[in-house]
Ligand binder design. Structure first.
Ligand code: NOJ
Length: 630
């Protein structure tokens, strides 16, 4: 039918051409020739496009948005699988225990691969699974080529990787190479004598030179990042706990060990690395005083050391460039001014970086994460995410997240976990994450609307950060009650409670005693219950993952903030190839209105968290709606 229609159209235009030029035969012939050439070229173009579409279908790829079709376009628009991917983060210790020891493990994850597939996500990022004494739950690695005993064996890892690849899921590991464990063989050798061949794998300061200039440790009870070690009468550097000595990247031998270890995992088929505090790896080894310009901001001071980009370019050349893998930097201390230095494709370093500006909002200045009693300002929140979007307008690529293993539960911190708002506000935040121009990193359990457990007693916490900060405050005679209250909102253990599978004991996470208490709300907030409920957070998540993947405008489309000063509503458009999407998000527990200048009565609702979207510009509490203008 279609082909016939087109034929009729072509016939009538041919007749039209004849009528026009009938009076002048020569002119007619010349013009007809041009016309036929144009027709042939058009035909060829149509054929090439059709063939491309067919090839793409065969390769099962999404349609190529015109704005990103040209290979020569700016890097920000160049298509890459990791830009189109949805990354789902699993904290292995808390996901699923297969052997009843109360600790999640690799076989547990393997047993849930069909669940992961059902979410529609593409990439699974696993927090560290390498051998570790677990001072900081795996961020203290004692063997980079071994698997943590509690998590299983290398055979279990290989089976997990195969199970993922069989389902077209990619696996990204956690690369923790700013520091190792003090139980790593390198450190054992290094600390044994000043002339040991491994001495320069770490940073040492001989005590006869006096105490080095202060460095702050994020986890140390005394906050001191220099630890005196009697054996060699020297101090070693540890930005994190005393059991996490910093590796010396200034030593080329150490760097080659790291690249070779990376190739080992890539050769196994691993699809990428998330890189722990990677901006910290290079240090000025004269260890000067912290310059005043940093105003006591240690993260900022530690980031972007003198040779960090030289090392990342070397890493790219020696390992990353040899494989089709993705990389994402934990961008501690990185600002909008220096982000592109890490992820501009022309520099051959990393692919993506996640910043801390957003998730740091709403804490009192210079505090151990004490939330501001006034809450956080949505206007500031919008400005931060808009500013970060603009960094990657032409080059590089962003990430977006609200939850991970270092953060409390997204719904408690950024939404509202009171029973009447938990689901609505959780879906609203999920809508934000999936409609921004950046790769979404989504934390396991947030798809269920899991919220903070809010421990009342320090004895319930397991995280070194909470435990050591508590001790630090206690030693200084500080306000422990205020700290414990704050931890109910801010503590990392809130995001680490076991995943909630069903209503059986311990939420189906373990048959043993869970390493960290299960949130008592597992009886209603769990996969089994939400699977069967069309309106659950879980099924909303599945829908929005699909919506993003089906609509390149949500991935690559230009982002424009609307109604910037509105204190309640986050409103923005996304545009690509003549398509225009409007996203309206009410961050408050009351009806509000937005002035976007757009008439939504003329738009179609693609997805929302209420059964019917509100009339023009009005939003119900925590309402989220995605509109398309036709
Ligand atoms: C950042 C990681 O995300 C966090 O969990 C860890 O404690 C520190 N780096 C130290 O490795």
């Amino acid at each position: 039918m279609k082909a016939k229609d087109t034929g009729q159209e072509a016939e009538s235009s041919r007749q039209g051409a004849n009528l026009i030029f009938n009076s002048d035969a020569i002119r007619e012939r010349l013009i007809m020739r041009k016309f036929l050439i144009a027709l042939a070229t058009l035909g060829e173009l149509l054929c090439v496009t059709a063939c491309r579409v067919e090839n793409r279908k065969a390769a099962n790829e999404p349609a190529q948005p015109a704005a990103v079709a040209g290979e020569a376009r700016a890097d920000g628009n160049a298509r890459k699988w990791w830009k189109e991917a949805v990354v789902y983060q699993i904290y292995p210790r808390s996901f699923k225990d297969s052997n009843g020891d109360g600790i999640g493990d690799l076989r547990g994850i393997t047993s849930k691969l069909d669940y992961l597939k059902s979410l529609g996500v593409d990439v699974i990022w696993l927090n560290p699974v390498f051998s570790s004494p677990n001072d900081d739950n795996g961020y203290d690695i004692s063997d980079y080529r071994g698997i943590m005993k509690e998590f299983g064996t290398m055979q279990d890892f290989d089976a997990l990787l195969k199970g993922m690849h069989d389902r077209n899921l990619k696996l990204v590991m956690d690369l923790v190479v700013n520091h190792s464990s003090d139980e790593h063989e390198w450190f054992k050798q290094s600390r044994s004598s000043r002339d040991n061949p491994y001495r320069d794998y770490y940073h040492w300061w001989p005590a006869e030179k006096g105490k080095p200039a202060p460095r702050r440790s994020f986890f140390d009870v005394n906050g001191d990042a220099w630890k005196f070690d009697e054996t060699t009468n020297s101090y070693y550097l540890h930005y994190f706990s005393q059991k996490q000595p910093d590796l010396n990247w200034e030593n080329p031998k150490l760097r080659e060990e790291i690249y070779s270890m990376m190739r080992f995992w890539f050769d196994k088929g691993v699809d990428g690395f998330r890189m722990d505090v990677i901006p910290f790896i290079s240090k000025d080894t004269t260890f000067p005083e912290m310059p005043a310009k940093y105003k006591g901001d240690w993260g900022r001071f530690y980031a972007n050391g003198p040779y960090v980009h030289k090392y990342l370019q070397e890493m790219n050349k020696e390992a990353l460039s040899k494989y089709d893998v993705m990389t994402v930097a934990e961008g501690t201390g990185v600002t909008t001014a220096d982000a592109l230095d890490y992820v501009d494709a022309d520099r051959n370093e990393l692919n993506m970086l996640y910043h801390f500006e957003g998730v740091s909002l709403g804490y009192l200045p210079d505090s151990l994460k004490i939330p501001d009693p006034k809450g956080y300002s949505l206007v500031e929140f919008k400005n931060i995410y808009s500013k970060w979007d603009s960094v990657f307008a032409d080059k590089g690529w962003g990430t977006i997240y609200l939850g991970n293993h270092d953060q409390p539960r997204m719904v408690t911190r950024w939404g509202n976990d009171a029973p009447q708002w938990r689901e609505l506000s959780s879906k609203m935040l999920t809508t934000f994450l999936f409609t921004m121009r950046a790769t979404p990193y989504y934390y396991a359990g947030d798809e269920l609307g899991m919220n903070n457990i809010k421990f009342a007693r320090i004895e319930d916490y397991r995280d070194i950060e909470s435990l050591n900060w508590y001790q630090q405050i206690k030693n200084k005679g500080g306000d422990l009650r205020q700290f414990l209250e704050a931890q109910k909102i801010a503590a990392r253990d809130n995001g680490r409670t076991p995943f909630q599978w069903d209503t059986t004991a311990n939420a189906g996470f373990t048959t043993g005693t869970p390493w960290l208490k299960v949130n008592p709300n597992y009886t209603t907030v769990n996969v089994a219950a939400e699977d069967n409920n069309a309106n659950s957070c879980l099924n909303y998540f599945r829908k929005i993952v699909k919506l993003r993947k089906d609509n390149p405008v949500l991935i690559y489309g230009k982002y424009t903030l609307l109604d910037q000063d509105n204190p309640d509503v986050y409103a923005y458009t996304r545009e690509l190839d003549g398509r225009k999407i409007l996203v309206l998000l009410n961050f408050k527990d009351k009806p509000v209105s937005a002035k976007t200048g757009l008439d939504v009565s003329k738009a179609k609702v693609l997805l929302g968290n209420y059964p019917t979207a509100s009339p023009n510009g009005q939003l119900q509490p925590y309402e989220a709606a995605i509109y398309e203008f036709w």
